[in-house]
Design a protein. Structure first.
Length: 197
């Protein structure tokens, strides 16, 4: 099975962001993670992973309540954080390589409550004046909605439990961990429905 054939020329890429709040125009992106997907015979499975800590962009806001949830210390030098522009360009370059490999024309963002992640990504891309965003500008695949249909629940941890995916609450709100679990959840739903085109 080819990714392009299964998803109508789109490359689904699972993404998770940790941020300094809920306003994509004012709050900083603090972490970015992505999980590529691939086919293993007729099953879609998580593949290559990418994760970077991100420096708050100049003038951005960060709410203490968000830091308590994520446990991120933006001032910790051991984070090895990248400037927002560099992190985005690195993410997009990896996605474009995967698009070429999978013969897809466009990437589509897969995320849990995907509108949140898409808004932050789109506005950050605009802010950094990056012209080559590989993601579709407004379409996405929301695993919260998929989980509601497939498993009767929208919360990531509960949806994973119902799909028999291990979930450790102590590791939640790390961009990479949440992206990994979201990727497993997405694969579970897709494989449950089958891959016939």
């Amino acid at each position: 099975m080819e990714m392009a054939a299964r998803f109508r020329g789109f490359l689904p890429v699972v993404v998770d962001l940790e941020t300094g709040g809920f306003d994509p125009r004012t709050h900083a992106i603090l972490e970015l993670a992505a999980v590529q997907l691939q086919f293993d015979q007729d099953q879609i499975v998580p593949g290559e992973e990418w994760h970077r800590a991100v420096e708050p962009y100049p003038g951005s806001a960060i709410e203490d309540a968000s830091l308590k949830v994520t446990g991120i210390d933006p001032d910790d030098p051991d984070r090895d954080a990248l400037p927002e522009r560099i992190a985005l360009k690195e993410l997009f370059a990896g996605i474009r390589r995967a698009m070429k490999r999978e013969r897809c024309q466009r990437a589509i963002l897969v995320a849990h409550n995907a509108a949140f992640d898409q808004q932050f990504l789109n506005i950050a891309t605009e802010r950094q004046q990056i012209k080559r965003n590989p993601f579709h500008p407004f379409s996405f695949i929301d695993t919260a909605s998929l989980a509601a249909v497939a498993y009767g629940h929208t919360v990531l941890s509960e949806a994973c439990a119902r799909a028999n995916i291990a979930f450790e609450p102590s590791k939640a709100h790390s961009a990479l961990y949440d992206a990994q679990r979201t990727a497993e959840l997405f694969c579970s739903v897709v494989n449950r429905w089958g891959t016939d085109t």
